[in-house]
Design a protein around this ligand. Structure first.
Ligand SMILES: [Zn+2]
Length: 99
């Protein structure tokens, strides 16, 4: 069963929403892609084993939760935690606790 999960844009804090299946591992949201990771667009097959994360484009890819939010148009990156990763896999979202 899909569960809606929300993330904040690291540029403008617009809330985006993604439907995720199953167990939700810790993740990081960064304004830049992690080196060597494969990102899939928010309307793509991000549940695929080939996807290491999701590339959002704030406000333009249909992922914004509130349709009245226009977003900032900047890309940002959700990285799934992968086993065997070190620094990148444990990166922490610096905006997660600003509220
Ligand atoms: Zn934004």
């Amino acid at each position: 069963m899909a569960t809606p999960v929300t993330y904040y844009c690291p540029h403008c804090e617009t809330v985006v929403e993604l439907q995720r299946e199953g167990y939700l591992a810790d993740k990081s949201v960064t304004p830049f892609p992690l080196n060597g990771w494969t990102y899939v667009s928010a309307d793509g097959d991000y549940e695929s084993d080939d996807a290491d994360g999701v590339r959002f484009v704030c406000g333009t890819d249909g992922s914004v939760r509130d349709p009245d939010d226009e977003g900032c148009g900047e890309p940002f990156y959700l990285s799934f935690v992968r086993s065997g990763t070190t620094d990148a896999g444990t990166a922490v979202d610096p905006t997660a606790e600003t509220e």
